[in-house]
Every structure is written in C-alpha cells, then in structure tokens.
Ligand binder design. Sequence first.
Ligand SMILES: NC(=O)c1ccc[n+]([C@@H]2O[C@H](COP(=O)([O-])OP(=O)(O)OC[C@H]3O[C@@H](n4cnc5c(N)ncnc54)[C@H](OP(=O)(O)O)[C@@H]3O)[C@@H](O)[C@H]2O)c1
Length: 432
Amino acid sequence: MTGAPEGRKPVRVAMLGCGTVGAQVLRILDEQGGDLAARIGAPIELAGVAVRRPHRHPDVPQHLLTTDAEALVRSDVDIVVEVVGGIEPVRGLLLTALRNGKSVVSANKALLAEHAADLFAAADSAGADLYFEAAVAGAIPLVRPLRESLAGDRINRVMGIVNGTTNFILSAMDSTGASYAETLDEASRLGYAEADPTADVDGYDAASKAAILASIAFHTRVTAADVYREGIAAVTPADVAAAKTLGRTIKLLAICERIDGSVAVRVHPAMIPRGHPLASVGGAYNAVFVEADAAGSLMFYGQGAGGAPTASAVLGDLVAVARNKLSGGRGPGESSYAALPVVPIAQVNTRYHVSLDVADRAGVLSAVAAVFAEHDVSIAAVRQSGRGTDASLVIVTHYAPDEALRSTVEKVAGLPSVREVASVMRVEGEES
Ligand SMILES: NC(=O)c1ccc[n+]([C@@H]2O[C@H](COP(=O)([O-])OP(=O)(O)OC[C@H]3O[C@@H](n4cnc5c(N)ncnc54)[C@H](OP(=O)(O)O)[C@@H]3O)[C@@H](O)[C@H]2O)c1
C-alpha cells in the first residue's frame, strides 16, 4: 500500500482473516491507499494476512499470506485487524496483540459480547486501542456515536433491527404469507441465510449485538448471557396474518432499556404498527433507534452486513486507530462505571397480543377477561369474530410485567372454552 505523505514511517497492519469482509478491506486498502494515507498522515503498510487455507487466496500477494497468525500478531506491527470471527483462537490472538501494545480493530460481535472486559483490560494496561464498529450493524455508525458523540448524554433506550437474515425472512413471510420453513429455504437459495442459520434465526447474533449496544449505552457490563432471547422459528403464518389484521407487522427486535436504576436487554419477535419507521425496514437492512435525555430520538439506518459495507466500518476504525497511534493519543476504553443490575424479562413491562380460537358460546369473553383481571393485566382492546369453529378472540393488553402476561396466557390456554391459543406475540412501538 502506498500513499502520501512522503517520509512518514508507515503504520504496519496485520490482517487476521480474508473472507467476505477481509477481502473487501484489502480491496479498498489497495484502491484507496493514497487517500487513506493522506487522512491518517502516514501510509498503511500491510505486514501480513493470516488465513487457514492460503491456496484459496490467489488475489492476495503470496508473500503476505501466512497460516501462522500467532507469529504475525507478535511481529513488528502497530495494528491488528481481525475479520476471522468466533471465539478461539481469536480471543487468545487479540489478547496477545493488545498486551504487546498493538491496537486492535475487530468485526467480531460474538467475541466482544463475551469477552469485552478482558480485551479492554489488556488494551488499557498496554495503552492500546480496541475498536469494533463493524461488530454491530455492519456499515451503520452506531458504536462510535454511542461511545463518543452521545457520551455527554444519558441514553434511555436502544431499539432496532440488527439482523438482516431474520429481517429478510420476516419481510418475506409478511408479503407472501408463506411459512417460516419455506421462507428460510428461499433465503438460503438467495444467499441471505448461512448454510447453518442458527446464529441468525435463533437470535444469538442479535443478542450479541444487543449486549454490545447495552454495555456502551448504559456504561454497564452486559454479556450475551444477560440477554433474553427468542428467535423467529416459532413465528407462524397465523401470527403474521393476525398482525396484518391489526395493521401491524412482525420484526425481530433488539431492545435495550434503562428501567428504574437497572437495565433490561431482550431480543424477540414483536408486532409493531405498519406506520412505525422500523416497519418499512425491509430485506437485509438494519435500523436502530436511540432515545437519549437531551438528544431526544435518533435513528440509524443502513446496510447491516455484507463484505463492502462491513469493510467500510473496519476501515473507518483503522483510520481512527492509526491516527491515534501517530498522535500518541488513545480512543475511549471500556466505560462500565455505572454497573447497573440487569433484570430478567419476567420483570420487564411488555404488552401482549393474544389470539384465541374459542368455543362459540355465551360467557367465553367474560371467562377469559376474568383470567386477565386475576393476574392484574389490563386489556387495551378485544375483538371477537367468526361463528362456530371459526370463533376467535383477539386481545391486546396494556403494559404489564412479562411474567404476569405469560402466566395469564398459560391459564387462559387451560380454559374449557378456549380451543387453542393461535398466536401470542409481544407488541412494541406504540403507546398503550
Ligand atoms: N459477513 C458479513 O456480512 C459480516 C458483517 C458484520 C460482521 N461480520 C464479522 O466479520 C468477521 C468475519 O466475517 P466473514 O463473513 O468475513 O467471515 P468468512 O468469510 O468466513 O472469513 C473468515 C476468514 O477467517 C479466516 N480464518 C478462519 N480461521 C482462521 C484462523 N484460525 N487463523 C487465521 N485465519 C482464519 C478464513 O481463512 P480461509 O479463507 O483460508 O478459510 C477466512 O479468510 C466475523 O466476526 C463476522 O461476525 C461479518
């Protein structure tokens, strides 16, 4: 990589990984090295690229390729860019890099959601930087706005769509009425779902991102294990149809909220009004709302994945970290001073939409309403429709503790007049 300014000692970079994201990082470094050097104030020099299978990378200058990531990390480099993914061996490699004073740029949500504390501690003790914009929502600047631009404000809520695969599947189910399984097959055929889609469809990917966002937003350590998680595999065409009837659509939401001196972090499908700005976020796009005391509501929107969009975030971090190196400064470290307790979903106030297939006889509504009253769950709207075997009852509640809503539904399911609980879904994005 060449570029201005003349005479400045290059910033030496080790790349770990050269797959979907890494290949795009290399392409942009190659095509825009001169501009990047001018922005940094010194050229970037690629010291090596660690991969598993060098023969799969004919486009990378062969003298740069290595399978010995450990040696590359320990060599004379200033910055390590990690676009491998997973926990080990990456965790060990990055700890080695940071302990040796090398700054790290990572796109690895799984690692940051589990081991941010150790990584930040290593970075702190050696005076190195740890940047990870690409770990959450691909190209969308979100980590830096939360870590830096909003550091003077008090953030109360972060809510959004942070997984493109599930958003693609739910959008398609909404427009076609097809089942989850059929739509997942289609998503795989079109390349929107991985060969093993578990991390996406079961909500693990979104939960990692939610943990990272909540940690930064609330200055509190939150790991993926603290996040309540439900995926989309149980969303049925009946849920989608029920949402449509009520002018809503279903999205997998990541919700991080500050509640009375504690925080709650959850990922689950929810019905939102079709007029809500998140409802029109389609396909593989991501969007995140941030609510802060002074700033009010902010919305971040863009491509949440893909090689080039993610590479944009990686390179933005690389430029920032390289500038810090040259100036002798450092970016922000971990901020976990608030150490707020994380409360379980049972204690979080949510709203439910419940759709019941019921017997067509007098007294059904009052029997159902009595169960809601017994659990102190107040009903916002009821709709009764159909006759005979088509008789159904749709109930939307006001806010109540999730635990109370859950036990209400369990008890209602056991009523003799209720044939089946056809759909249960949380409702978000509207006042009750
Ligand atoms: N893809 C996206 O849209 C996206 C979006 C946001 C964040 N991310 C994150 O970016 C990271 C990379 O994702 P990706 O999609 O680019 O992955 P990928 O296409 O699977 O590429 C992974 C790369 O890492 C290399 N690698 C694997 N194990 C290694 C090891 N032990 N030592 C050295 N190299 C090793 C692989 O080498 P070989 O090529 O030789 O096998 C490959 O080049 C992940 O943390 C992911 O979560 C990805």
